[in-house]
Design a protein around this ligand. Structure first.
Ligand code: PEP
Ligand code: MN
Length: 485
């Protein structure tokens, strides 16, 4: 038998013991689940490599490498998401659709962290609640595709499936197993620079932030946004003056977690480890109990195309301790919704599951209320984080075939979602955005007034169109203003 058989991989040897209180992992789940049990299930978006020996070598290498994130961090995020589920905090998640290895670069990383930080300040101001920040970064390298091939210059070639699988260049479309290990190192290097920048004061709010609102042409909007910034700046100044900042570290640093779609299961499996649970707050002795942690990122989600209830991805996801996202949309049956929650969170941990809703502005009013009622009138009431992804239901093509999204559609879906949650008595816990800190021209609209003719100016995404830094910040201002209503 070859070691490329994921069933035989080394991370599969240890067997978890049921928790003493039995509340987190039911014995049935522990008996039947293993990091490779997904291999017995039907799989969508599967990666079929030519050279199995090379795959085995890459996976063996990954299994030896240290965790990228730790159980303590994962559990801390889960505790924060519990607050979000309970309506005590708000979740901001954002980053590229397809993160490229080339984005592992000082300026690209910094501009994205700064943008997420600024957006979170605006949201704190608007929501008067703590903001939990998760970057779609340091591992967002695998993409599900609607078609395995595409036509280029009259020739049918394999689609680009993300840097962890193949390259976008036309001569790099063959799946390359060495990219699995490359992904690990780019992920670790990106996270290293995120951690280093934050601990060196990139997020130090004692420093003035450059808000760059010069592009806002509408004088009324310019005034509104400037007022918000002024108010944020004044609050920070006040805290410094009264010494609130020396009493706590809150102004010097922020928490920023990482996330990606858990699409490529051999990669996720290799980084899934049986590790000691962190001690509970107030505990006098370290815990002996171990759980399975996917150490590739703090938060992983299952995409709209791979969330089949009997499929490989749900099988893998149900066994890990990490907080999980599930994309849901127009094709999600309400009965599937409960089946998913029961499979992924049998013990009904609050905040364990984030439902990332993505319907499109024109469909959300018809579809979201029933999904909310299904969950909130079940035994899962008040356990999930409801997060709005206003991007993926609003993708369209221009008449010349460019994939884009309109800023007004994105905000319109968000507004509808806020209104619907209010009507249903549920809590919109967060937003999930595709954005970049750079001045790209991929989505139309916003205060710069980007039109379809402008898309060609700086259209650099290899997958879905992202909000540029100005559009993303503007969306944060708009959300903040709507939340305070
Ligand atoms: C994505 O988040 O980039 C994505 C592919 O989304 P979805 O699974 O919702 O289509
Ligand atoms: Mn996308």
């Amino acid at each position: 038998p070859s070691a490329s058989d994921p069933q035989l991989s080394t991370s599969d040897k240890a067997v978890a013991t049921p928790k003493a209180n039995g509340s987190q992992n039911s014995p049935a789940k522990v008996e039947s689940w293993s990091p490779s049990s997904w291999t017995t299930k039907p799989i969508k978006q599967n990666a079929i490599y030519e050279d199995h020996n090379k795959v085995a070598k890459s996976l063996a290498k990954l299994e030896r490498l240290p965790p990228i994130v730790t159980p303590t961090e994962i559990i801390n995020l889960k505790a924060s998401l519990r607050d979000v589920a309970l309506g005590k905090a708000f979740l901001l998640q954002g980053g590229d659709c397809a993160e490229l290895f080339d984005y592992c670069e000082e300026n690209v990383i910094e501009s994205k962290i700064k943008l997420l930080l600024q957006m979170s300040l605006v949201l704190i101001w608007g929501a008067s609640k703590p903001i939990v920040r998760i970057a779609r970064m340091a591992g967002q390298y695998a993409k599900p595709r609607s078609s395995p091939t595409e036509m280029v210059n009259g020739k049918e070639i394999s689609s680009f499936r993300g840097d962890i699988l193949n390259g976008n260049a036309l001569d790099e479309r063959l799946l390359d197993p060495s990219r699995l290990v490359d992904a690990y190192f780019h992920s670790a290097t990106t996270l290293n620079y995120i951690r280093a920048s934050i601990s060196s004061g990139l997020a130090d709010l004692h420093r003035p932030l450059d808000w760059g609102l010069g592009h806002v042409q509408d004088p009324e909007l310019q005034m509104k946004y400037s007022k918000t910034v002024e108010s944020i700046t004044d609050s920070l100044k006040f805290m410094r003056t009264v010494g609130a900042d020396t009493a706590s570290k809150a102004l010097e640093t922020v928490e920023l977690y990482t996330s990606h779609e858990g699409l490529l299961l051999p990669y996720e499996q290799s980084l899934t480890r049986l590790l000691r649970d962190p001690a509970l707050p107030g505990a006098t002795a370290p815990t002996e109990h171990k759980s399975w942690y996917d150490t590739s990122a703090h938060f992983v989600w299952v995409g709209d195309r791979t969330r089949q209830i009997d499929g490989a991805h749900i099988e893998f996801f149900r066994g890990i301790e990490n907080p999980l996202g599930v994309k849901i949309g127009p094709t999600t049956a309400s009965s599937d919704l409960l089946a998913l929650l029961r499979a992924l969170n049998p013990s009904r941990e609050v905040g364990k599951i984030t439902l990332i809703t993505r319907y499109g502005a024109s469909k959300v009013r018809r579809l979201l209320p029933e999904h909310i009622r299904t969950v909130e009138q079940s035994e899962y009431a008040r356990t999930v984080v409801w997060q709005c992804d206003p991007m993926h239901g609003n993708t369209r093509s221009t008449s010349t075939g460019i994939k884009t999204r309109q800023f007004s559609d994105i905000f319109s879906e968000l507004q509808e979602v806020m209104a619907i949650h209010k009507e249903e008595g549920s809590y919109l816990g967060g937003v999930h955005l595709e954005l970049t800190g750079d001045a790209v021209t991929e989505c139309t609209g916003g205060s710069e007034g980007l039109g379809e003719d402008d898309l060609s100016l700086n259209y650099t995404t290899f997958c879905d169109p992202r909000l540029n830094e100005k559009q993303a910040l503007e969306l944060a201002f708009l959300i903040a203003a709507s939340i305070t209503l």
